[in-house]
Design a protein around this ligand. Structure first.
Ligand SMILES: Cc1ncc(COP(=O)(O)O)c(C=O)c1O
Length: 343
């Protein structure tokens, strides 16, 4: 809903500015933005589209900023240049006069906890500004503490977007709540309708629901009082370092992420990065072994994705990583015994 609202606001904004052709939105391959008709179209993950129709003619995709699987022979810096060129080329092909906004998660979540190359976000924002394209930062996962700040866009990636969408951490999930936060400049344009008959309206049956908002406000009070963001900033690097130790396991291709948003990518071959066949369900197997020992990690295909509670301590991190190591080792043993992998 927050992302749908963001696109409606973008369209209204450009109508107000007398630029009604600026309607398309650029998203990215492997992005996840939701399951409504429009946000499913913004989503660039192929498996979310199978068998469904989606909003036509609005969304254009650029490449996923996935350093681990960048083209052969490219440095990460060259890969970043290539991504920026890809965006510039897309804008040239579609025409800046037809593009209203660019949408991006600071770190892609469901798409595999993809941390883009250094400088990528700043450079994409500069390209957007140069082409009068609004920048939407989808902080549904990264907002409210997961990366150690209320919002990651400016604090972690040094960008100030035109719109931030948020949910999940805004109420720590105790009540359903989301928000579409717009810049003062956008607010000023939206709040004084110019065009003939234009009137800015938005709202849902449960918008601003008092119970959910009360939970959200209390949640923010607790985050402040207990300095949860400070805790994540302090302990997050330890989590990254400890999980990084799993890189010595033959099945682990890459451990990546930031603070309390992490991922292990499992591969058949560390050198070639080749994957096990999907039916092996390597992520699911690891998750099952881990759960037997009290740890829940999310399997997404060959990945295991982790978004632990923001109050996790260093002792719990040690236990977490021990259990996960055991689960990966048990999976390795199973795969060798079954003859589906030769170590
Ligand atoms: C980055 C991101 N954006 C948007 C959404 C969609 O949120 P909802 O499922 O509440 O519609 C999600 C859900 O996981 C998400 O991870």
């Amino acid at each position: 809903m927050a992302n749908d609202s963001a696109i409606r606001f973008v369209h209204f904004y450009w109508n107000q500015k007398g630029r009604p052709t600026k309607k398309k939105v650029i998203s990215r391959v492997d992005a996840y933005h939701g399951q409504t008709y429009l946000s499913a179209a913004l989503t660039g993950i192929a498996f979310d589209k199978i068998g469904f129709d989606e909003a036509d003619g609005i969304v254009e995709y650029v490449a996923c900023p996935y350093p681990y699987r960048r083209p052969e022979g490219m440095s990460v810096e060259e890969f970043c240049d290539w991504l920026i060129e890809d965006l510039e080329k897309k804008i040239e092909d579609v025409g800046a006069e037809n593009i209203g906004a660019f949408i991006a998660e600071p770190i892609m979540g469901a798409g595999g906890v993809i941390v883009p190359p250094e400088g990528y976000h700043k450079r994409t924002l500069e390209v957007c500004k140069a082409n009068e394209i609004l920048y939407i930062s989808d902080e549904v996962v990264t907002g409210f503490g997961r990366l150690g700040h209320y919002f990651a866009s400016e604090a972690v990636f040094d960008i100030v977007p035109d719109i931030i969408t948020s949910a999940k951490g805004i109420s720590s999930g105790y009540q359903p709540l989301s928000a579409t936060i717009i810049s003062q400049e956008m607010y000023d344009v939206l709040s004084v309708p110019q065009a003939d008959g234009a009137m800015f309206t938005t709202g849902f049956t449960y918008s601003g629901h008092p119970v959910c908002c009360a939970a959200g406000i209390k949640n923010i009070e607790i985050i402040d009082e207990e300095d949860i963001c400070g805790h994540v900033r302090k302990v997050g690097p330890y989590f990254e370092e400890k999980l990084g130790e799993l890189n010595d396991l033959p099945l682990v291709g890459e451990v990546r992420g930031k603070c309390f948003m992490m991922c292990v990518e499992n591969v058949a071959n560390k050198e070639t990065k080749e994957l096990l066949p999907p039916e092996v369900n390597v992520g699911g197997r690891i998750a099952n072994h881990a759960q037997k020992n009290g740890l829940i990690v999310r399997p997404i295909g060959h990945l295991n994705v982790m978004s632990p509670p923001l109050i996790m301590t260093t002792e719990q991190i040690d236990e977490f990583v021990d259990i996960l190591r055991g689960a990966i080792e048990a999976t390795q043993d199973d795969l060798v015994r079954e003859g589906v992998w030769n170590g």
